[in-house]
Design a protein around this ligand. Structure first.
Ligand code: RAM
Length: 362
């Protein structure tokens, strides 16, 4: 179907979306919403995948990060923008400025649906809160890809995951355990309490800690900095006041680890209380060089955004539908295979330390 006719079809549908949204606002849980939710499967799931189908051009993909003013998402979404340009499609970005504004994210999904974008790439602040809105989007022929932080599998066509959640959770514990000599109290400084990605990693950290080799390590607290620099800084300070014997902190968020490093770096705990987790090399360089941080990890956020964009276009082009076992070509990134529950994995994260950090610029 040509882009113009897709537009025309969408325009007709938009009237019912608006009606459904209005209905949803006044009569929550009405049949319109439920039916939409049951049927909602997006453009992609409508047919069978044809890996040789031509790549569509002129599509609009709306990126909706957890938080727009977070440098991690700036890099990720720029990767998406660059890929879309290469593919002859358009990019737009909308999103809340706070990492906990879940209702703001829901409104943005509804706006993108009303604007009849072809696909949405979203990093969900909460696993369930976006479901109804995303199902409505899919029911209106919009392909939905989650990237970075997932919703439930039935609320999107595919999830572009940065790395195996299990790998990330376990390796962060391993990194910290080595740095503290497998002994002492540790804490976690996370992002939002609802974040699907951080919570999945934390569950694996707890699993890893069950191994007898960590018997002398005690996880004393999980604190939440909400991906807000100031709150994360204060939470770090609070952790050290509450647990003066703390030996280490894991912060699986780029905002959290940077704020924690900033606090430790200017305190008597510098070099004594160990810090690891997920950070960008550009944010963390000075803390590695001044001895606050030994090693931490991350994937390339721009590559994650690129893969999300390419997945959205492959779905819209009918090359994939999101089912396990389907494969598609993601330009120079190579071929990807869709795994269980529609998960596409970017690959292994990189561990950064004083030796290699200068090789990276993001
Ligand atoms: C923050 C966000 C994001 C997470 C990274 C590691 O920027 O919470 O979702 O993937 O950290």
């Amino acid at each position: 179907m040509s882009h113009a006719s897709t537009r025309a079809r969408r325009l007709t549908i938009a009237v019912s979306v608006t009606a459904a949204l209005a209905l949803g606002a006044t009569a929550c849980g009405g049949t319109t919403k439920d039916d939409a939710a049951k049927e909602g499967a997006g453009n992609a799931a409508a047919g069978k995948a044809d890996p040789n189908a031509a790549t569509k051009k002129g599509l609009t993909v709306g990126f909706l990060p957890k938080q727009v003013n977070n440098p991690y998402f700036t890099s990720a979404d720029k990767g998406g923008e660059k890929a879309l340009k290469e593919l002859g499609s358009d990019y737009k970005e909308v999103g809340p400025s706070s990492g906990t504004d879940t209702s703001g994210q829901v409104s943005y999904v509804n706006t993108l649906t009303q604007q009849q974008v072809d696909a949405i790439a979203v990093s969900a602040q909460d696993p369930g809160a976006l479901c109804t809105a995303l199902k409505q989007a899919m029911n209106n022929d919009i392909s939905v890809v989650t990237y970075d932080s997932d919703t439930k599998p039935e609320c999107r066509n595919a999830f572009v995951s940065q790395a195996s959640g299990e790998d990330l959770g376990r390796t962060e514990v391993q990194l910290l355990a080595e740095q503290i000599g497998y002994k002492g109290e540790i804490a976690i400084l996370s992002a939002a309490q609802t974040a699907t990605n951080q919570n999945a990693w934390i569950d694996y950290m707890k699993e890893e800690l069950k191994d007898p080799k960590y018997k002398d390590i005690k996880l004393v607290k999980v604190a939440y900095g909400d991906d807000d620099a100031q709150k994360s800084f204060q939470q770090t300070q609070g952790l050290l006041q509450e647990y003066p014997n703390l030996k280490g902190i894991i912060s699986p968020t780029t905002v959290g680890i940077k704020a924690a490093a900033q606090y430790l770096s200017g305190s008597k705990y510098k070099g004594k209380v160990r810090l690891t987790g997920l950070g960008t090399p550009n944010d963390m360089r000075k803390y590695v060089k001044n001895g606050t941080v030994e090693a931490f990890e991350l994937w390339d956020p721009a590559k994650l955004g690129e893969l999300a964009a390419r997945t959205a276009v492959a779905l819209e082009s009918g090359q994939i539908t999101g089912k396990e076992g389907e494969t598609f070509k993601a330009g120079a990134m190579g071929e990807f295979t869709i795994g269980k529950d529609g998960v596409i994995s970017l690959g292994k994260p990189t561990v950064f330390n004083a030796e290699n950090i200068d090789q990276y610029n993001f």
